[in-house]
Design a protein around this ligand. Structure first.
Ligand SMILES: C[S@@+](CC[C@H](N)C(=O)[O-])C[C@H]1O[C@@H](n2cnc3c(N)ncnc32)[C@H](O)[C@@H]1O
Length: 439
């Protein structure tokens, strides 16, 4: 196959994936998983790179398009607009030579059965370069900041001093973090013995940031379960529970099992962990993770807000509630969130989060600890949920002691709970509140 043909195939495939997100409201993970089944392994990195990049800069690219098109194309040809956005992204943000970016994108129109647009695509991409469109600074805020207006407003309201940091981090590419099972080996030994080019994070035992991402199959001892891929902010959750072997632990929203595996590593051989998730397909990921790590837990497809359907009546000493949320703290890893979330989702999510907390609280032993976690930076899903819960539950109090002094630098104190903002020392945005049951 010539370079032009294979280049055109990856552009056409990226356009289909992006269109599934933009026009059909599919998640990027869903669309890429289907695409990976069709695309040759060697082509997948290019398709992924184009999809992430174009979705990350969606509003800017669409604004640039408006500078070059007299009027929008017919809705049935929206995929041509997506192709143009792919062309712009290649021209402004990649090292792909301009002539290759143009010719592969033009050729992709033919593969997408839009040959009559080949001339227009060619002309628009050439104008993009000739008129230096990538250098223009849009007055339009959505285009300049690459976020929907409602989300920009939320960040401004909730984080008057930090909203720009959040937006910049969201528009950046996320680093790859490893979690080393320090029961087997210290992170420093793992890094040194495997000559890994990366940085350890003080205060987060086992967290190693790679300077260059690698494919999972290339990660030394990954298949032996010595190491997992997990953002360092997510690695804060399991130790925060202060769980010990022999205690009964519930991981209430477990899939795909990142924190379940970490908890089991910390609990050691005498672990009694129940991992539940309402999504049985995602729960398969937990089982695979545990197999790889050589760990065991009771894994149940169950609804955390309806313990009456699955709970055996024996209290838990520790509960981790890693609640479903807007994921507004991990936008850099999931840029489609900016397109898929609606402002009205936030209130719905906050109600569900409050219901789950209230439903799980009676399952906690007196003096037990429940850690509430989200990967959101929005107050409505975080401190507002916890404040409301504390006001309604006289037997709950917040433990505000940060047991590891070193993580204080990562945290923003909220009235209730603590927030890590995205981009802080390369971390994702996560919220934590630790509740104790007063005996
Ligand atoms: C943030 S993710 C959990 C990530 C996981 N703890 C990890 O570290 O890999 C939230 C999970 O909550 C699950 N979920 C949503 N509603 C639920 C419910 N009512 N009961 C149990 N799990 C639920 C979702 O299926 C999703 O897997």
């Amino acid at each position: 196959m010539t370079a032009l043909k294979s280049g055109a195939r990856t552009r056409a495939e990226a356009a289909r994936v992006i269109d599934a997100v933009v026009s059909d409201g599919r998640s990027l993970d869903w669309a890429l998983a289907r695409s990976d089944e069709k695309v040759a392994p060697a082509d997948r990195p290019v398709v992924h790179m184009l999809c992430y990049g174009v979705l990350r800069f969606h509003w800017l690219l669409r604004w640039q398009l408006a500078q070059l098109l007299d009027k929008p194309l017919k809705p049935r040809d929206s995929i041509v607009e997506t192709l143009l956005a792919i062309g712009f992204f290649q021209l402004s943000d990649t090292r792909i030579p301009d002539h290759a970016a143009v010719s592969t994108t033009v050729e992709a129109a033919r593969l997408l059965r839009r040959p009559r647009y080949a001339g227009l695509i060619n002309a628009v991409l050439r104008n993009y370069v000739r008129k230096n469109i990538s250098e223009l600074e849009p007055a339009d805020e959505e285009a300049r900041l690459n976020h929907p207006a409602w989300l920009i407003q939320r960040f401004r309201t909730d984080w008057p001093d930090h909203w720009r940091q959040i937006i910049e981090a969201n528009n950046d590419r996320a680093p790859m973090w490893l979690r080393i099972n320090t029961r087997q080996k210290s992170a420093l030994d793992y890094q040194t013995q495997n000559e890994i080019d990366g940085d350890l994070l003080a205060g987060v035992n086992g967290a190693l940031k790679l300077r260059r991402p690698m494919r999972v199959e290339e990660i030394p001892a990954f298949d032996k379960g010595q190491v997992s891929v997990q953002d360092a902010a997510a690695q804060l959750a399991a130790p925060w529970l202060l769980a010990r072997g022999g205690e009964r632990v519930l991981d209430a929203c477990a899939a795909p099992g990142g924190k379940t595996g970490h908890l089991l590593e910390l609990l050691g051989p005498n672990a009694h962990l129940t991992a539940i998730d309402s999504d049985s397909t995602r729960l398969e990921g937990v089982r695979q993770n545990l197999d790889r790590l050589g760990q065991t837990a009771t894994v149940l497809a169950a609804d955390a807000s309806k313990p009456g359907e699955w709970w055996d009546g024996k209290s838990f000493d520790r509960i981790l509630l890693d609640a479903p949320c807007s994921a507004s703290g991990v936008i850099r890893r999931h840029p489609d969130i900016k397109l898929l979330r609606r402002e009205s989702d936030i209130q719905t999510l906050a109600c569900r989060q409050g219901e789950m907390l209230a439903a799980l609280w009676p399952l906690l032993e007196p003096a037990g600890r429940l850690l509430y976690v989200t990967c959101s930076v929005l107050a409505e899903e975080n401190d507002a949920v916890i404040r409301k819960f504390l006001a309604a539950h006289g037997d709950a109090r917040e433990d505000r002691v940060l047991h590891d002094y070193n993580i204080r630098d990562l945290m923003h104190d909220k009235n209730s709970g603590f927030q890590v903002l995205p981009g802080t020392q390369g971390l994702d945005g996560f919220y934590f509140a630790c509740l104790e049951k007063v005996s």
